[in-house]
Design a binder for this molecule. Structure first.
Ligand code: NAD
Length: 334
């Protein structure tokens, strides 16, 4: 099929715009547009690329995870990439995801999914050797992140030494660092009182607080963590399911979401969404959706991943809560 110049131009324009927004968002912690606008343009590009696969380029944001690392921190290579998640925006798209999973696995059987809130913070991978915290790295572009070990060590909820249960020789515990709503409000009040610019939202405040060259600043910020998975694991076999991995992580003394549930089939997933949506505002932290993961590790391996996201997980995104009205310069380094 020949592609019109207009379509080609539109795809190039979308790539440039999205790459620019991504740089502002991930590298500078300074978003220029609301996430809903970013998501809209991203979907437009995705659908152009699906209709015209020839338009797909290596630098397309649909093929990449996040942004590059800042050059101020040491780089950390992720032996197991830290991927993004594909999104769905309504129940029909969730049902299509469930069908895709069953088609790939060639089964009609209802699938078992682990469900957790999708926290709005930033992803971290924390490496323990013989139970001792040796390194913490941001996701970065998925393959290369930033070494923020000194900063992560300041979070009281991150154990410096794992406890209980059998401890593997090496394990990377992955999770989301976030700023609870109350801490965010307080931080912004003190920013204003000190004639500093307030943060746009808790996600942005969490990212800005963690990516500080002076870890004393990070220590003064109300950051928390919920762990949601494992990266490298050596000296112990990988747990047979996501939920088993989460139990182990909790036994080691790390925080996991109290909302984690194992659900049988699509209908239970849909109910989970409805229930969490009702409680969304009363949670102590911002969430932007629900993450569903095929629970069984063997099935996850069979499903594998495509370019930037696993095939065995999906993020159901809630409708955007508020559009960004003003965008101001955000503190990234002090
Ligand atoms: P994502 O936020 O859609 O999903 C992947 C991330 O979810 C993971 O890396 C992890 O950090 C997080 N996560 C939270 N809870 C989790 C859980 N329980 N299990 C697993 N992962 C969990 O993907 P992304 O690539 O980080 O970001 C894309 C989103 O960022 C877009 O949808 C857009 O809304 C936003 N964005 C906005 C701009 C902008 O300019 N406003 C620019 C770029 C990206």
């Amino acid at each position: 099929m020949t592609i019109s110049i207009d379509v080609r131009q539109r795809a190039a324009e979308l790539r440039d715009t999205l790459n620019h927004y991504s740089y502002q968002y991930y590298v500078l912690d300074n978003p220029e547009v609301p996430d809903s606008e970013y998501d809209r343009l991203f979907r437009e590009l995705q659908s152009l690329e699906q209709t015209h696969p020839e338009l797909l380029t290596a630098d397309s944001p649909t093929q990449r995870v996040g942004g590059q690392a800042l050059d101020k921190f040491d780089e950390v290579q992720h032996a197991i990439p830290m991927l993004s998640l594909d999104n769905v925006f309504d129940q029909q798209e969730l049902a299509a995801f469930d069908k895709r999973v069953r088609d790939w696995l060639n089964t009609d059987k209802e699938q078992t999914y682990a469900a957790e809130p999708k926290l709005d913070g930033l992803a971290i991978s924390i490496r323990y050797e013989n139970g001792v915290l040796v390194q913490a790295a941001t996701r970065g572009d998925g393959s290369t992140g930033e070494d923020v070990t000194a900063n992560v060590r300041t979070l009281n909820s991150v154990p410096l030494k794992l406890q209980g249960g059998p401890i593997p020789a090496v394990v990377e515990i992955r999770g989301e660092i976030f700023m609870p709503k109350a801490g965010f409000e307080k931080l912004n009040q003190s920013q204003l009182a000190n004639n500093k610019k307030p943060f746009v939202n808790p996600r942005n405040a969490a990212a800005g607080s963690l990516r500080q060259l002076d870890s004393k600043i990070t220590a003064s910020r109300p950051l928390e963590i919920y762990c949601y998975g494992l990266g490298v694991i050596e000296g112990m076999s990988r747990p047979s399911s996501h939920s088993a991995a989460m139990n182990l992580i909790a036994e080691w003394g790390c925080r996991i979401s109290p909302e984690l549930k194992v659900l049988e089939g699509l209908e239970a997933c849909q109910q989970y969404i409805d229930e969490l949506a009702v409680r969304r505002d009363s949670l102590e932290y911002d969430i932007d959706g629900v993450v569903f993961k095929v629970d069984d590790t063997v099935l996850q391996e069979r499903l594998g991943f495509v370019s930037r996201a696993p095939r065995w997980a999906i993020a159901y995104k809630f409708p955007a809560q508020e559009e960004m009205t003003t965008v101001e310069d955000i503190e990234i380094q002090v």
